[in-house]
Ligand binder design. Structure first.
Ligand code: ADP
Ligand code: MG
Length: 305
């Protein structure tokens, strides 16, 4: 149960760790290890959008993959709807797989170039036996296309015929086909033209309101995070250094690393942008101690100290 609300979180992450062996030299011998995730805990409530931010290499994608059980953690547990899913056998995992879907960064890599986009969106419906006959399936896929802002006549086309934004819409259509309760979106707009990014963020927001899903929204662009997310968790080298309601992160950041990240956001007003001074963060002198724990500094606002 969540300490804040007394409700059961949709997603619960407890003391999660994931360590990779690093290899080097001609023979690829094990030279050490990298702690991609170093003991993180957080929750996502039903219908909540939690943003996960941090510089490249901080462990965001690994967190997403372990949550989805595309990878096993080194230790710790993930629960869905109050049930621990880490270590569940594949067969028992199947019903949770339906409820958790993913949207990746590169919309083209996620698609199958030899499959029409309609067939790609229909595939999970077939796998889970949700569209027994062809006409029903086509109807469902057409409705999904409309829902993500694509013309259903595009169903018979192939991925190369689409723009980046349209391809990401196809991926989103497939993700929502199963009516999941959680979507892990791993930098879903980073690879898109800047002019398209806001449209896709708006689509995520509209779909969340229509369908009531929760998102773990991994992102780079903090201005989009501010617009979309209810809460934000900030990761630094495998640890969460701050987690708080979005407005508290943006107006009352407490951790030096969060402040540094925020200071790097360009301001669209030239007069203000000219005055912006990025705050440097020196990991070696400012890194959190291994014993640091998340402390609540105001309701729902936690800082690693
Ligand atoms: P982010 O998504 O925040 O950029 P990642 O989760 O991709 O970060 O990576 C976190 C750390 O784990 C990085 O140091 C990365 O090099 C390392 N890492 C990620 N995946 C693997 C892997 N499969 N094998 C070895 N190291 C990995
Ligand atoms: Mg990543």
């Amino acid at each position: 149960m969540s300490a804040q609300t007394g409700l059961t979180p949709l997603l619960g992450v407890r003391d999660l760790r994931k360590t990779y062996a690093t290899r080097g030299g001609l023979l690829g011998r094990r030279t050490g290890e990298v702690r991609a995730i170093d003991g993180i805990s957080f929750e996502v409530m039903p219908r909540e959008i939690l943003g996960l931010v941090g510089e490249s290499g901080s462990g965001k994608s690994t967190t997403g993959r372990v949550v989805l059980r595309l990878e096993e953690p080194t230790s710790g547990a993930v629960s869905f709807d109050g049930n621990v899913i880490t270590g569940l056998p594949q067969l028992e995992m199947k019903r949770y797989r339906r409820e958790m879907q993913v949207v990746f960064q590169d919309p083209y890599a996620a698609l199958n170039p030899r499959m029409t986009v309609g067939a790609f969106v229909a595939e999970p419906l077939i796998v889970h036996g949700l569209a027994p006959n062809r006409s029903e399936r086509e109807e469902k896929v057409a409705a999904l296309f409309k829902q993500v802002g694509l013309d259903p006549r595009f169903m018979a086309r192939y991925p190369h015929e689409f723009s980046g934004g349209q391809r990401q819409r196809v991926n989103i259509a497939r993700a929502i086909a199963m009516r999941p309760r959680l979507i892990v979106a791993d930098e879903p707009i980073t690879a898109l033209d800047v002019s398209i990014q806001a449209q896709i963020v708006n689509l995520f927001q509209d779909l969340q309101q229509e369908l009531g899903m929760a998102y773990l929204f991994i992102a780079h662009d903090l201005s989009m995070v501010r617009y979309l997310c209810h809460r934000v968790a900030v990761m630094l080298r495998g640890r969460i250094v701050e987690i708080a309601p979005t407005e508290a992160i943006f107006t009352d950041a407490r951790h030096a690393y969060t402040r540094s990240l925020l200071s790097a956001i360009p301001v669209p007003k030239p007069a203000i942008e000219r005055l912006r001074r990025p705050i440097a963060f020196d990991y070696e002198t400012e890194k959190p101690s291994p014993e640091a724990t998340l402390q609540e500094v105001s309701p729902g606002h936690f800082v690693l100290t």
